[in-house]
Design a protein around this ligand. Sequence first.
Ligand code: PEP
Ligand code: MG
Length: 319
Amino acid sequence: RREAARAAAKDACHSADGTRIEIFANIGSVDEAQAATAQGAEGSGLVRSEFLFLGRETAPSEEEQHAAYQGIADALAERPVIVRLLDIGGDKPAAYIPIDAEENPALGQRGVRIALARPDLLETQLRAILRVEPAGQCKIMIPMVASVDELRQVRAVVERLRGAMGIATPVEVGVMVETPAAAMTADLLAAEADFLSIGTNDLTQYVLAMDRGNPTVAAGVDAMHPAVLRMIGETCRLAAVHGRWVGVCGGLASDPAALPILIGLGVTELSAVPGFVAEAKQIVRGLTLVEARAHAELALQCKSAAEVRALARAFEETR
Ligand code: PEP
Ligand code: MG
């Protein structure tokens, strides 16, 4: 335990002027959890639990899920582990979770909508997470949230199960900000969520109304678009009303050009691909919050993603 505390202190990342910025890793297996700590990750800001659910004939049992989450928690040695609840549907179908044919799967049954339609799946997954020891290491994150009611419904199930299982330690429940609705009501969500984490991949697709999987529009799907950056800035501003932290676990957190802007907008946790963790720390440690804020202000005034990228390049060249 003492060794874990020492490692955590060594791993802790601050900006050059002392703002605490947590650098986490996105993981989708126990192996990746090990790789992430080796790279200096301070925890996982996104465990893609769908890795347990995709490419098979039946849903994973509570035991199987528990073993996987416990393995990840052990590999991360007491560091925070944010498990995203099942995020399938849309571009990630599973045969044993039948979804009626949809004309617009990206706007249909996916993420938390499936969890609420299938309480059996939700409760099995929640029990598997709640059983992980030490209690409280695993936090719960809800994907594709569009309204406060979805958070309330999931939280109610978490609390009911926690009571039934006799777990005294509170469990944090956060939301992903992947819809414009969640971004624009971040204050309402922050009043009831323990944290917010922005999924820039989906947020970009929904803000720009461009399918993230459609090659014809792929060139336009850039999270550095000023409209997306403004949404991120608003999310941070609104969440701060209730003192909640905002992270980014989408692809933008692994884009070196984006980090100064994200920090300047008020993001205090970045969950990146494991291979980018060390570089992310280096970038954050070389940056003051004051200069990041000024840089972000300029980015918000740009007229296109290309203009933001040119600004980011110029910023990097001054380093
Ligand atoms: C996102 O949408 O940014 C995200 C992290 O989730 P996924 O890419 O798995 O949809
Ligand atoms: Mg997503």
